[in-house]
Write a protein that binds this ligand. Structure first.
Ligand SMILES: [Ca+2]
Ligand SMILES: [Zn+2]
Length: 283
C-alpha cells in the first residue's frame, strides 16, 4: 500500500511541477512540466541518446520493453518509463529506435522538475488503520480525483453533468488500472478485476458489465450513451453515468459485447492493457 500511495502522490506532484531538463536542439514541447520529445536529426539524437543512457544508469529511466522489428533486420525499439526516487512517474513513456545499435529516433513524454518528498506520510501500520476497511480500487479512485482536479477542467455542469461523469469514469478506470498493476487478476479478495469496491464488500460499479449492478435511481447502471441518466440526482448523474465510459475501457482491453447496442468489439488483450490505460492516463 505504501508503494502505490507514494507513486500516486509523486505523480500528482510531477504533473504540477515545471522545469527544463533536455536543453538540446531536439524538438521539445513543454507544458506544465510535461515534455513531448521528438528527436530525429543527428546532432539532436546524439545528445538525447547520451542523456538517456546516463539516466538509465542513474535509474530514473528504466527499460520496460525491447522489441526487434520483425520486418527490418537490425532495427529495434526500446520503451522506457521514467522513475523518481524508485517510483514510476505517471503517464511517461519514451520510445528509442535503433538500427544495428545506432539510435535513429527518440520520441515520447517525460516530466521535469519533479520535487516531492516520497517518504510515506504514514507507517504501514497507520495506513492499515486508515485504509484498512477500504479497497485498493476505491482508494486509487479517490487519489485519481486529485490528478484530474489539477490537470483537467472537468467541473460540474447542470444535468446531465457529463464532465462530472467523465471525471468519475477516469477515477474508476485508474482505480481499476492500479488494482491490475498491484494485484494478480482473478476474482475474490485481493485480486484485480473490473468491479469497483469488491474488497470493501460494497460492490459499487462494474466496468465489465455496468448493468450487472443496480442502483436506486436508474435500476441497472447505464452502459451506453443512449441510456444516459439526465436527471438531477447524483449531481446530474456523475456516478450513475460513469460506467458508460468505464465500459469502453473494459471493452477496449478485454473485448466483448455491449448489452445495449449489441455491438461486439475485439480488445487488445490483457497483456496489452497499457496501450488502453495510456489513453486515459495521458494528460
Ligand atoms: Ca476491483
Ligand atoms: Zn469518485
Amino acid at each position: 500500500m505504501r508503494l502505490w500511495r507514494s507513486r500516486i502522490i509523486a505523480t500528482i506532484a510531477a504533473v504540477v511541477a515545471v522545469a527544463l531538463l533536455f536543453q538540446t536542439p531536439v524538438e521539445v514541447q513543454e507544458h506544465r512540466g510535461r515534455q513531448t520529445i521528438s528527436a530525429v536529426d543527428l546532432s539532436g539524437l546524439r545528445e538525447v541518446d547520451t542523456a538517456i543512457d546516463s539516466r538509465l544508469r542513474a535509474g530514473d529511466l528504466r527499460t520496460y520493453r525491447t522489441r526487434a522489428n520483425a520486418f527490418l533486420p537490425g532495427r529495434r525499439s526500446e520503451r522506457l518509463l521514467q522513475y523518481y526516487q524508485g517510483i514510476p512517474v505517471y503517464a511517461t513513456d519514451l520510445n528509442r529506435q535503433s538500427d544495428h545499435g545506432v539510435t535513429t529516433s527518440v520520441f515520447g513524454t517525460l516530466f521535469t522538475g519533479i520535487d516531492v518528498d516520497t517518504t510515506p506520510g504514514l507507517s504501514a501500520e497507520a495506513a492499515r488503520t486508515v485504509f484498512g476497511d477500504l479497497a485498493l480500487d476505491i482508494v486509487a479512485h479517490e487519489l485519481a480525483h486529485g490528478v484530474t482536479h489539477f490537470t483537467a477542467a472537468l467541473g460540474d455542469t447542470g444535468p446531465p453533468n457529463e464532465p462530472g461523469a467523465i471525471n468519475e469514469a477516469f477515477s474508476d478506470i485508474i482505480g481499476t488500472a492500479v488494482e491490475f498493476y498491484v494485484q494478480e487478476s482473478g476474482t475474490g479478495l485481493l485480486r484485480a478485476d473490473y468491479l469497483l469496491g469488491e474488497d470493501a464488500d460494497v460492490l459499487i460499479r462494474s466496468l465489465r458489465d455496468p448493468q450487472e449492478i443496480a442502483n436506486v435511481v436508474t435500476g441497472p447502471y447505464p452502459d451506453h450513451y443512449s441510456n444516459l441518466y439526465r436527471g438531477p440526482l447524483d449531481r446530474g448523474g456523475v456516478h450513475l453515468n460513469a460506467p458508460i465510459l468505464g465500459h469502453v475501457y473494459y471493452l477496449a482491453i478485454e473485448g466483448g459485447t455491449n448489452r445495449t447496442s449489441g455491438q461486439s468489439v475485439a480488445g487488445v488483450g490483457a497483456a496489452n492493457r497499457l496501450q488502453i490505460e495510456r489513453i486515459f492516463f495521458l494528460l
